[in-house]
Design a protein. Structure first.
Length: 94
């Protein structure tokens, strides 16, 4: 399991967004460690920065999707920002 796979699993298990998860995203995705990262897990605007450039995306009632070259990558989560973060990270890993 890669660090990105582990991060995705951690996000899927989360019940709400947190600074800890946001810091994990910064560290694993961008190789940056800072105490005040964008709020990827609570802000759709911040989560959108995780979507690979040029990819289409959508957020629904309890899920999100990112359209990648291999087809749609979907994620279901009660928190829309976390759902989008998961789908975006899966698209990055694809």
């Amino acid at each position: 399991m890669t660090d990105l796979d582990g991060l995705i699993a951690k996000l899927e298990a989360a019940t709400e967004g947190s600074l800890e998860l946001d810091c994990d995203i910064e560290e694993i995705v961008f190789s940056v460690t800072r105490g005040n990262p964008p709020r990827y897990t609570t802000s759709i605007d911040a989560a959108l920065t995780l979507v690979p450039s040029g990819e289409r995306w959508e957020v629904g009632f309890c899920g999100a999707a990112v359209e990648s070259s291999g087809g749609p990558i979907r994620s279901v989560h009660a928190e829309p920002a976390i759902a989008l973060s998961i789908a975006a990270l899966k698209a990055r890993a694809a």
